[in-house]
Design a protein around this ligand. Structure first.
Ligand code: OOB
Length: 494
């Protein structure tokens, strides 16, 4: 599941793995940038020193609650400075945050808690407690701060947290990221994005997602001594005033939000002139929309094609416009190995790409090659300049505007409905979201009202974005030559 000794030695010798843990990194940043602002929310401003001290105090409080090295803690918080306090407190304790998204509900949260045997669930408020029956929960209002205690340092080679995979089969897989590999990825990202102490990063997407966390995200910004503005939601109505007030220089969005911002910027009275870079990633950004960014928002577009498993590609800030609008960038690191299989699937291996999901031995046999390459499930083309163009997907996943839906997971929920005999969930093209989900259903008996299936899924407690946008009743599914359901043919029928 890990890099070989020889590779680890090579990554260290090359300086990719710097041998520093998250806890020590924050200590260094607090010493260097002390009173400068690290985190900004609409109502709070924390300096680097304050973040450092409050992480220590929370680590002490959590330790008194019995949380220690190797414990898993499911973290589901909105974009608030306390999210980062919790991260660093757990990193210092050697406990592993398991990063759930705000949209997750009982089905997902209870799975993460039981699968990881979580010691605690840190959640926004009382109402969330029901998502984790049987796991001790701590709300944002109850974060236990105490007098700081001396804690042993952490080995930078060890796992720091578990990130969620978009996944392709069954329930979401967990991605073990180490201090060394993750810190490398966001420091290198900060450099590619030209971050300095004078930069101001806007975190508009959920802070727990890998893109706004580390590409370069809030962690990359902290590492550069830059401030991050944590937006409670990504709407122009919330973000434009924040950009104006805090003189934001760089922001990250998924494609549907970028379209929304482009439209809103047209007749906005807010001063967005500080914005120098707009990053767009998480799903394919159409060339047509990409061409509008510079003229309409007055800033440089940066396409970001990344994955929580590791590999992140960026168009560079000085790439020619044609490369910026028509490709999804090139790898962050000179040590990233990318291979495009004859069928177009992208395989990758490198200093910050995992070698295996956590506790998923069987799945790992297919998800990784014998020599450690991760099978991304993305179909790409490599341009002569070494840039990647994402052309499709080989995995059974729907990318709904950056939110990943594993078809099998939703199919399993629907199969539990007594009127459903068989079901197949596929993605259909959508001008705004890129793709939306459609469930083709073969009924056992008279078809139920479609609203009943939606209500059924809601009651099963799955995240709302996973509930199919469309339901279609059919008598049979088209088959492939070997008799499997042909999702390609299903997609083509509407
Ligand atoms: C990011 O991470 P995940 O783990 O939510 O999703 C990864 C998958 C990729 O395998 C690919 O299928 C898709 O999302 N994807 C893109 C894309 N960026 C991600 N597909 C087309 N064009 C793009 N620009 O989504 C993520 C992680 C770090 C940085 C940025 C995105």
């Amino acid at each position: 599941m890990h890099w070989t000794e020889e590779e680890a030695a090579r990554y260290r010798a090359a300086g990719y793995w710097a041998g520093i843990s998250f806890g020590d990194l924050l200590r260094e940043l607090a010493a260097r940038h002390g009173d400068r602002t690290a985190l900004i929310s609409p109502s709070e401003r924390w300096s680097f020193r304050e973040l450092d001290v409050r992480a220590d105090r929370l680590a002490a409080g959590l330790r008194a609650r019995g949380i220690g090295p190797g414990d898993r803690v499911v973290v589901q918080l909105p974009n608030v400075p306390q999210f980062h306090q919790v991260c660093f407190a757990l990193y210092r304790l050697g406990a592993w945050p398991v990063f759930a998204l705000p949209a997750h509900r009982t089905a997902e949260i209870s799975h993460f808690c039981s699968f990881t045997e979580a010691a605690a669930y840190i959640c926004p408020d009382e109402a969330h407690r029901e998502h984790a029956p049987g796991t001790p929960s701590i709300t944002l209002g109850e974060l236990p701060e105490a007098e700081p205690v001396e804690l042993p340092g952490r080995d930078p080679g060890e796992v720091a947290f578990l990130q969620l995979s978009g996944g392709s089969t069954g329930l979401p897989k967990l991605i073990p990221r180490t201090h060394d590999d993750y810190i490398y990825s966001f420091r290198a990202s900060a450099e590619i994005c030209g971050l300095s102490r004078d930069s101001v990063y806007l975190c508009a997407l959920p802070a727990a997602h890998n893109f706004p966390m580390s590409s370069p995200g809030v962690f990359g910004s902290l590492s550069a001594g830059a401030a991050s503005v944590l937006a409670p939601d990504p709407s122009p109505g919330t973000c434009f005033p924040l950009i104006e007030r805090e003189r934001v220089t760089i922001a990250a969005l998924v494609p549907p939000l970028a379209l929304l911002w482009l439209r809103a910027a047209r007749d906005s009275a807010h001063d967005l002139s500080s914005l120098a870079v707009l990053q767009v990633g998480g799903a394919k950004f159409s060339e047509e929309a990409a061409r509008r960014v510079r003229p309409e928002l007055g800033c440089t577009l940066q396409q970001v094609f990344g994955m929580a498993e590791g590999l992140v590609n960026y168009t560079r800030l000085d790439d020619p416009e044609d490369v910026v609008v028509a490709t999804q960038g090139r790898p962050l690191s000179p040590a990233d190995e990318v291979v495009v299989e004859p069928g177009g699937q992208l395989l990758t291996r490198g200093p910050y790409t995992i070698r295996g999901y956590w506790r998923a031995g069987e799945h790992n046999k297919h998800a990784f090659t014998e020599d450690g390459f991760y099978r991304t499930g993305d179909l790409v083309r490599l341009t002569p300049s070494g840039h990647l163009v994402v052309e499709g997907r080989a995995k059974d996943q729907i990318n709904r505007g950056g939110e990943k839906i594993v078809a099998e997971e939703v199919e399993n929920h629907l199969l539990a409905h007594p009127s459903v005999h068989d079901v197949s969930v596929v993605g259909l093209p959508d001008p705004y979201l890129g793709e939306r989900a459609c469930a083709y259903v073969i009924c056992a008996g008279p078809p139920p009202p479609k609203a009943e299936l939606r209500a059924f899924l809601r009651e099963r407690g799955i995240a709302t974005f996973k509930i199919p946008d469309l339901f279609e009743y059919v008598d049979a599914f088209p088959n492939t030559a070997v008799g499997k359901v042909s999702k390609r043919h299903l997609r083509e029928r509407t």
